[in-house]
Design a protein around this ligand. Sequence first.
Ligand SMILES: Cc1ncc(COP(=O)(O)OP(=O)(O)O)c(N)n1
Ligand SMILES: Cc1ncsc1CCOP(=O)(O)O
Length: 159
Amino acid sequence: MRGLCARHGCRFIVNDDVELAIAIEADGVHLGRGDGSVRRARERLGERAIIGVSCSGSIERAVEAQAEGASYVAFGRFYPSSTKPDAPPAQIETLRQVRGLIGLPVCAIGGITADNAAPLIEAGADMIAAVEGIFGAADIRAEAARYAALFHRPFSAVP
Ligand SMILES: Cc1ncc(COP(=O)(O)OP(=O)(O)O)c(N)n1
Ligand SMILES: Cc1ncsc1CCOP(=O)(O)O
């Protein structure tokens, strides 16, 4: 996976496991609650590593993650998710609020498809994470391109 990502100019981020990320020289790690401290991960991985932190719907968690050295924060789930049906819901308004409070890139996750992602991007999501929406598609490459295109079109101004 690491080699494949490198060949395609794609970052490789390991889920949950800081030591695995170090062992395989990944670009970074993504941490949820219970996956260890962000500060400790930064100490172990160094200043260049990408450290993402799941915040569910908690702005406080995002502020804390930024203070501890996170590279990006993730909110969600925004829509019902068949991949993680028990994930607690987050509000789109939270994306708007967090923009004014922290300077880190914000990722949105949970039931997001190329057809329902636009309001999240308009509310401030810099990145979209998706499983079913991409890997459930008949043409995975084409579907991924549809998500990417959402970041390259002008959006209507949202107050
Ligand atoms: C953006 C993003 N969110 C979550 C994950 C990891 O998923 P999971 O380990 O099931 O969830 P958390 O407990 O970390 O919220 C990811 N890789 N990327
Ligand atoms: C890891 C995670 N966290 C909240 S929802 C979710 C699963 C995302 O998968 P899908 O895009 O298929 O809903």
